[in-house]
Design a protein around this ligand. Structure first.
Ligand code: SF4
Length: 221
């Protein structure tokens, strides 16, 4: 049922948005989304923002998935110039420069009208009201909104997709190595992110303004 709904959502997005793209942080939800999108006929780009601080296992997984899904174009984005360990002094600025800006610039340059994304409500307290379709300058389509962690695990196992190698070591939410730790049993899956920074999000999926949402909805009619 969840799988059918997700596939229907992806199929709808493929038909609705001529310049649809997909992004990934290579969490297990991302692995599920890539597989579902390929099965639904998605043949666009998969965007991965290389901050320069990913675990080597994450970078390796990206190239392995490239082999597994030849119908999808894998594209790595990165900042124009390196930032010297900014995560130590100004982590939010580090995320802005190394994560948010490269993605937003690419989406704007390519006039991307919508992006498939693998966030789920269960993945973070900050995502409990996540909707399957989010209007904005680039629509965000979230086919896995209602999936639990168990649903994701079950899908990967049933489809013989090995999860990110750090996942079973407690890295339930994948991020950059300076800001991510494994969680302990009973902790929230998102609690290993942005350790000691008092935040759970990098800001890449911040809500658009009401004016941006209204404008986007007008354009879609
Ligand atoms: S998660 Fe940490 S290392 Fe990665 S971009 Fe943000 S501040 Fe920098």
């Amino acid at each position: 049922m969840l799988e059918d709904t997700a596939k229907e959502c992806i199929t709808w997005a493929i038909g609705k948005f001529p310049n649809l793209k997909m992004s990934t942080g290579l969490n297990v939800s991302g692995q599920v989304l890539i597989d579902l999108a390929a099965k639904a006929g998605y043949q666009g780009e998969l965007l991965f923002v290389d901050t320069g601080y990913h675990f080597p296992e994450t970078v390796k997984l990206f190239s392995e998935l490239d082999q597994r899904y030849p119908e999808i174009t894998f594209r790595t984005l990165s900042a124009d110039s390196a930032t010297e360990d900014l995560y130590l002094s100004e982590p939010e600025k580090c995320c802005q420069i190394n994560k948010i800006d490269p993605l937003q610039a690419y989406l704007a340059d390519t006039r991307t009208d919508a992006i498939l994304n693998a966030r789920t409500r269960a993945s973070s307290p900050t995502r409990r009201d996540l909707q399957m379709v989010e209007a904005g300058p680039t629509y965000r389509i979230n086919p896995l909104t209602l999936w639990s962690q168990n649903d994701l695990d079950t899908y990967l196992a049933a489809n013989e997709i090995p999860p990110h190698p750090l996942y079973e070591l407690g890295f339930t939410s994948m991020g950059c190595w300076p800001c991510t730790r494994a969680i302990k049993p009973g902790e929230d899956p998102r609690s290993g992110r942005f350790v000691g920074q008092g935040r759970l999000e990098c800001g890449i999926w911040s809500k658009p303004t009401i004016a941006e949402i209204s404008h986007a909805k007008e354009n879609l009619k």
